[in-house]
Structures are given as structure tokens and as C-alpha cells.
Design a protein around this ligand. Structure first.
Ligand code: M6R
Length: 361
């Protein structure tokens, strides 16, 4: 049942305020400015002994993991990184007992992720799951975990589950942070930010008509460049994946800082750039990148917290706490991908060559 929407993708994009509400529900502890994660099974002593975090997933779940790794580093100050599960399992990884491994999956059935979990467990590692489908294979194989509570996601192109997974990571990062060195004041600040998310998502989705117009303007592009820096970079990667899988327009994502090391050669009017420009300590750096692109007559669509002078178009998103901004900045770009695909007459819920869950190698 699509509940009045023409596609599941559209329905699921518009379910995100409620979905985020669900992942937060019952988990916030105002007394200690932290969160409770029932399925974690990790006492404070164990949480303090984690020396590294390694996040594994595929596709969109991997991108959510990239955002999660940054949140864990920022809030809990534990070195963290994310890697495609498919790569990890084939490179005879060094498995370290002080590392917390986290497997991320919407379906909980992705074979590459499951195989990585099994290999890790065989080597004695502790593996957590950040999974949407309750009782799925990866949820069962993990030692503990956090459910994402996005609700059923039908469209092959993942949207609401991505957003909820990033929120689940924010909860985990806050939890680990408050057991370690994150202050009460910072804990409160993050909790207030989390509580604002559902209303801010609604504010973004209310801009659908403008985003649709922008999508129609850019739908003739053969290729698009997505750029971002630090917190914005995984957002750019995910937005680039969304666009290519549902519209079949070629897209690349680059750290804005890497442009001058090669891809700047591609910039010309026929290659539009989508730039993630959060209002944080890197704002000026990001603006400089926009100038470099403009100087080469590149068209720019910015996703930012304020109108960007150098951009041809800006989608203004509401500001949250710096650490939580990536949760919101990808949402307008889901709509951009959706309306681009619609304008091009694509099969939105079932893009060619793809399956919802990849249960083979
Ligand atoms: O079910 P999973 O999260 O494990 O799936 C992983 C990827 O196959 C999935 O995210 C894929 O990239 C989607 N088509 C993205 O929209």
C-alpha cells in the first residue's frame, strides 16, 4: 500500500520524520544526558575498553557507516572508520580484540556483510549489528546491536533507512561518549539536536516543489559531481549513489579538498556540481571551492544552511548541531534524485540491474 504516493521511494522519503521519531523513542535519558540502547549488552567497563571501532556495510549502509564513524570519533573520541564489507572480507583483515566491529545493514541479509560478520566471529571478535529488519540473519549473528526502526523499506533505493541508520549511530556515539569524556553539557546539546530532527525533516520535505524544479533543470546533465568536506563528504557520496542508481545519470563524489588534484579538469558548464556546504568551521574552505568551480564556468547547486552567493541554486536546510548536520543534508538530495528519475521516466522503485537485498556474492 503506497498510501497515496505514486512510488514507494516517494512514500519512504516522506516517512522520515516519523521514522526518526521511532528510532529516538524511549531511548533518551535526560537525567544523565545520554541514551539507553537496550540491545547493546555492553557495560561501562567494556565500553571504556574499546580502542577502535570498525564499521562494515555495503552501498548506502556503508555510507551511513562513514557518517557513523565520524560521529563516534567526534563524540566518543574513539578512532573509527568504515569500510565496504565486501572489501574487508577478502583482504584477510587483522582482527583485533580491542576493536568493536559494527555491521550495518537495512535488510540484515546482505551476503557480503553476513560473511564478514561470520569471519570476524570465527576469529573471536566482538560484532555489533546496526540493522533495520528485526530477526534478520545479521541481527541474529551479531553479539548485540541497535535496531534502526525505520519500518519496512520496499523501494530498492534506500532512503529512510539511511537517515535512521545515521540517527542510530548518533545515539551510539552519544552513549559511548557519555561513558567516556563527553561532558553533560555536550550530551544535552546533542540530545536537543536529536529532538529537533523530525520537525527539521518536515521543513526540508516541504521544499519539494522547489527541489522538483531544480531536478528538472539538471535532468539533462550526462554527469554530475558531488563534493563535500569531512562531515559533508559521506553526504556527497550517498547523494551521488542515489542519483546514479535511480536516474542512471553518471555521478562522482569527491572531497572538495581533492578537486585541484585532478577532477577540476572535468569542470565545465555541462558538468554540474552539487556541493554540501554546512555552516561549520569549514564554511570558508567550502566557499573557496565554489569559487574555483565558478571560475571554470561550472554550474553549482549548493545544499547549505544559508544562500550561497557563488551557487546558481541553493537548497537551504535547517541548521542542527554541527555533528548532526549530515543526517539532514542528504534528505533534499534524495528528492533531487527522485525528481530527476521521474523527469527521465525511470523505473523508480526497481532500477534496472539492482535487487533490494543482495544475498549472493
Ligand atoms: O540491506 P543492506 O543495507 O545491507 O543493503 C546494502 C546495499 O545493497 C544497499 O544499500 C544498496 O546500495 C541500495 N540500493 C542503496 O540505495
Amino acid at each position: 500500500d503506497m498510501g497515496g504516493h505514486d512510488t514507494y521511494m516517494h512514500k519512504e522519503i516522506f516517512e522520515q520524520a516519523d521514522a526518526v521519531d521511532r528510532v529516538l523513542r524511549g531511548r533518551i535519558d535526560d537525567r544523565f544526558s545520554t541514551v539507553h540502547l537496550g540491545g547493546l549488552n555492553l557495560d561501562a567497563r567494556e565500553a571504556r575498553s574499546v580502542r577502535r571501532v570498525k564499521i562494515l556495510g555495503c552501498g548506502t549502509s556503508y555510507h551511513a557507516g562513514l557518517i557513523g564513524a565520524q560521529m563516534i570519533e567526534e563524540l566518543a573520541r574513539i578512532p573509527a572508520d568504515a569500510e565496504p564489507a565486501s572489501e574487508f572480507r577478502y583482504r584477510n583483515p587483522v582482527v583485533d580484540p580491542d576493536t568493536l566491529y559494527i555491521a550495518v545493514s537495512q535488510s540484515g541479509e546482505t551476503y557480503d556483510v553476513l560473511a564478514a560478520v561470520q569471519e570476524l566471529k570465527r576469529k573471536g571478535a566482538r560484532v555489533f549489528g546496526v540493522v533495520n529488519v528485526v530477526g534478520s540473519a545479521i541481527a541474529r549473528e551479531s553479539d548485540a546491536g541497535v535496531y534502526v526502526h525505520a519500518g519496512p523499506e520496499v523501494c530498492v533505493v534506500s532512503t529512510k533507512c539511511f537517515t535512521n541508520t545515521t540517527v542510530a549511530f548518533a545515539l551510539l556515539a552519544l552513549h559511548l561518549g557519555r561513558i567516556r569524556d563527553l561532558s553533560v553539557a555536550d550530551g544535552k546539546r546533542i540530545i536537543e539536536g536529536l529532538r529537533k530532527l523530525p520537525a527539521q525533516i518536515t521543513e526540508i520535505l516541504d521544499q519539494e516543489a522547489e527541489i522538483k524544479k531544480i531536478a528538472e533543470e539538471y535532468a539533462d546533465a550526462r554527469s554530475m559531481m558531488f563534493i563535500g568536506r569531512v562531515r559533508g563528504y559521506p553526504v556527497a557520496r550517498e547523494a551521488s549513489l542515489k542519483l546514479k542508481e535511480v536516474s542512471y545519470i553518471h555521478a562522482e563524489a569527491y572531497p572538495a579538498s581533492e578537486l585541484k588534484h585532478g577532477p577540476l579538469a572535468l569542470i565545465e558548464p555541462a558538468l554540474p556540481t552539487v556541493a554540501i556546504v554546512p555552516d561549520d568551521d569549514l564554511l570558508e574552505k567550502n566557499r573557496a571551492a565554489l569559487e574555483e568551480i565558478k571560475a571554470r564556468s561550472g554550474r553549482i547547486l549548493a545544499v547549505a544552511h544559508q544562500e550561497q552567493e557563488k551557487a546558481d541554486r541553493t537548497i537551504v536546510v535547517p541548521k542542527n548541531e554541527d555533528e548532526l548536520d549530515p543526517i539532514l543534508m542528504g534528505i533534499p538530495l534524495q528528492l533531487l534524485a527522485y525528481h530527476t528519475a521521474l523527469a527521465l521516466g525511470r523505473d523508480i522503485d526497481k532500477p534496472r540491474n539492482l535487487a533490494k537485498s543482495v544475498t549472493v556474492e
